[in-house]
Design a protein. Structure first.
Length: 95
């Protein structure tokens, strides 16, 4: 198992949440208005941090994202964290 594979019970990335809720009218324009940011700023949250234009939302915006998405997008969604079960399994195999 790839250690960066996301189990289905984990939070959405912001762009995944938008795509999954498009049928409800959740567009980038709608979300930017809810978060009190520009669409350009919002698009930077879709890019992986570490890239030239990638950004992680500030605390206030992160809280709004959490509330607006009903907790389906979480702060950890903005980081490339390993799957703990896969990492632990790899360590046990190596031991």
């Amino acid at each position: 198992m790839d250690v960066f594979t996301r189990p289905p019970h984990e939070a959405y990335r912001l762009e995944e949440w938008l795509a999954a809720n498009k049928h409800l009218g959740r567009t980038p324009k709608w979300l930017a208005a809810q978060l009190h940011v520009t669409e350009q700023a919002l698009s930077r949250y879709f890019k992986k941090p570490g890239n030239k234009d990638g950004r992680i939302p500030n605390e206030k915006t992160m809280q709004l994202i959490y509330v607006v998405t009903d907790g389906q997008v979480q702060p950890n969604s903005f980081y490339r964290l390993p799957n703990l079960a896969a990492v632990k399994a790899d360590k046990q195999v190596a031991a």
